[in-house]
Design a protein around this ligand. Structure first.
Ligand code: ADP
Length: 648
């Protein structure tokens, strides 16, 4: 029988993650019984160390990318957005309230404060937040500079004083965003999310009433009106995003444009760090974006949360977060090959040693992990002390590595060819056949979700939902199909083999640019062979254009909707070195089109278009000449982007 997948939770990791994984048949890592590396998913609330990325084995995933703190600390985010505004203009990067990082920007803040006082007679409202705290801790709102008192680094941000209110209550949106990969940039937004309410009516004359001005649950659940049945809002302080959609329907608002603007905020924010995040293919990141909508329906980015809260405080939390984590696991794309870990560790019950006996393993006769280790340590011998013990700065590692590329490449080849001997043979004809079925349309459904091909998802996977969408959009079946079963890229298109890096005497001249190459380039590309290491973000799309093939991520996984790339141009731009300028231009173009489009999504029109699609199979199938079409994040049943755009 195939081994279970194993998850490892660091202290303080959310109980919900444990619950979801156990329900899906995973096993929890036991430090007493198991080897240090005997796991498939390691989940931490805080960041991983660099050495943990370097040590990653092919079947292992982490729930954080390195360096994503560039948008999750309030001061870093403010600085990065300021930089992007200077490069791409304030008309595009105008979604975050003006911010000053104090004490550094104190003079600039005073200048702005004074300017506002002189021109308007009022300084306006400001909010002061400690840069590295969360959950509303240490936040206050002020009008007069004499009230600005701080004893640690803070950001002072323009307070959005005209929020959209529901029955007089302020609220903001918690949007869940998964960056599945930074190289190529692949971003998903979850259709569900939370609306978080303040529990007392909004009133600008009581700035110190945090229950009226802050929407944090941790604050409001301690408030006197938390359990009160509040007009329209109800009890507690949360709605699901679905409920908010009903509210939006009742408003005379260009809803599609609003969703698109939120989507732009997410993409433009991630673009600020994407080029500088090192490539680490076996990682995902779940961000929580906090968006405030003002009374003119303009969305504002308040902050981006690292490890967004996954506690279950109320019914809305249960409805949203459980599905979210389940979809995230689906997005991580575990496959049969990841169970190799189990084979590497098969052993008699009491032994802690990896399997060393050919007959103990069910299909693979020699322990994979011990082989990896052996080769890794061979590579290390004679070099500086082990990198897993002392972590040199990345820059220094690059210096060391540069002169030893060929040496490490040949070691890598040895490693790969050695692994080829020990890993299970891959039946290419079966893969080709499976792939052919993925690209075709209606007949795909059964074959591609078959448990035989993909035993990992299990009965708790919400991927089955894709079937519903396939029924609604039959011609999209090839996109909506969960083509994470065996596919060609799993075996021929990976470049994530871990390579040991050697110290070098050479200077900077041969140093690769880490911002472009990232940690991924520390993994040299092995020669083509029958087996390569898995890479969770690459999925194949054949025939988008006859002339080229670019891997297209699935458009939808559970309630996660692919939001970047969103068309052929951005798909191209996300490859190799991310073309940020082009990506920004495409977003701008799309938003302008939506702004000039219809104010509501005409359901009848949509239905007619769906009918057209059904009768005109060639138009929107995956292998059409038109290229790929993404789904529109926002509406409950997301239509195709093209269906929301005005037709010329
Ligand atoms: P924290 O990390 O402590 O939650 P946030 O930046 O999310 O900090 O701010 C907490 C709450 O304060 C938000 O949920 C929102 O209700 C309110 N808030 C923050 N910034 C602003 C702003 N610029 N304008 C209006 N309200 C804000």
């Amino acid at each position: 029988m195939a081994a279970s997948l194993v998850f490892r939770l660091h202290d303080g990791a959310p109980e919900l993650v444990r619950e979801v994984l156990l329900e899906r048949g995973w096993e929890e890592y036991d430090g007493e019984e198991q080897e240090e590396e005997d796991w498939n998913l390691y989940w931490r609330v805080s960041a991983f160390r660099h050495s943990e990325y370097l040590k990653l084995l092919p079947w292992q995933r982490l729930n954080h990318h390195p360096k994503s703190v560039g948008i999750t600390r309030k001061d870093y985010l403010a600085r990065n957005l300021r930089r992007m505004r200077a490069t791409f203009g304030s008309s595009l990067y105008n979604f975050s309230p003006m911010a000053f990082i104090l004490p550094n920007d104190y003079t600039r803040f005073i200048a702005e404060y004074t300017k506002q006082r002189l021109t308007r007679g009022l300084s306006g409202y400001w909010i002061c937040k400690p840069v590295d705290l969360s959950r509303g801790r240490g936040i206050f709102i002020f009008c007069d500079i004499k009230d600005l008192i701080y004893d640690s680094p803070v950001i002072v941000q323009r307070y959005i004083s005209n929020p959209l209110l529901i029955s007089g209550y302020k609220f903001d949106l918690r949007i869940y965003v998964c960056v599945k990969s930074f190289h190529p940039l692949t971003v998903y937004m979850h259709q569900e999310g939370l609306v978080r309410f303040a529990t007392e009516k909004y009133n600008l004359s009581t700035l110190d009433n945090l229950y009226a001005h802050l929407t944090n649950t941790s604050i409001n659940k301690c408030g006197p009106f938390y359990t009160t049945n509040k007009e329209r809002v109800g009890q507690g302080c949360k709605w699901t995003m679905s409920k908010f959609r009903y509210f939006l329907h009742s408003q005379d608002v260009n809803e599609l444009l609003l969703w698109q603007k939120i989507k732009n905020i997410v993409t433009l924010t991630i673009l600020t760090i994407a080029p500088s995040v090192p490539s680490s293919p076996n990682c995902v990141e779940l961000f929580g974006f906090d968006i405030l909508i003002d009374s003119t329906y303009k969305p504002w980015l308040l902050e981006v949360n690292y490890s967004p809260a996954l506690t279950l405080d109320c019914q809305a939390d249960v409805a949203v977060k459980k599905g979210l984590i389940s979809d995230l696991i689906d997005l991580m794309n575990y496959r049969a090959i990841d169970r190799l870990r189990g084979r590497a560790y098969q052993r008699p019950k009491s032994s802690k040693q990896p399997c060393r006996n050919a007959h103990q393993a069910s299909q693979v006769s020699v322990p994979v992990l011990s082989k990896f280790r052996e080769l890794k340590s061979q590579g290390r011998s004679g070099s500086q002390s082990s990198q897993t013990q002392t972590l040199p700065l990345l820059k220094a590692l690059w210096q060391h590595q540069a002169s030893n590329i060929s040496q490490s490449q040949s070691r890598q080849k040895a490693l790969v060819s050695s692994c080829q001997r020990y890993l299970p043979p891959v039946d290419l004809s079966r893969i080709h056949a499976a792939r052919g079925r993925i690209i075709n349309t209606n007949t795909t459904t059964k074959t591609c979700t078959s448990q035989a091909l993909n035993p990992i998802l299990g009965s708790h996977s919400r991927i089955t939902r894709a079937k519903v969408s396939r029924e609604r959009h039959p011609s999209l079946a090839s996109y909506l199909t969960d083509n994470r079963a065996l596919n060609l890229s799993d075996v021929t298109n990976h470049d994530d083999t871990v390579t040991e890096r050697e110290p070098s005497e050479e200077g900077d001249s041969a140093k690769p640019d880490i911002s472009q190459e990232g940690l991924g380039s520390l993994r040299s590309k092995p020669a083509a062979g029958p087996w390569k290491l898995p890479n969770i973000h690459r999925l194949p799309l054949e025939g988008t254009r006859a002339s080229h093939r670019v891997a297209l991520p699935p458009l939808r996984v559970g309630d996660f909707i692919l939001t970047f790339p969103f068309n052929e141009a951005t798909l191209e731009a996300s490859q190799h070195k991310l073309d940020v300028k082009l990506a920004v231009q495409e977003l701008h173009k799309l938003t302008s089109q939506l702004a000039s489009g219809p104010s509501r999504l005409d359901k009848n029109k949509l239905r007619r278009q769906e009918e057209e699609v059904k009768t005109d199979e060639g138009v929107r199938t995956c292998d059409s000449d038109e290229g790929f079409e993404s789904l529109f994040w926002g509406p409950k049943e997301p239509p195709l982007l093209s269906q929301c755009l005005p037709h010329n």
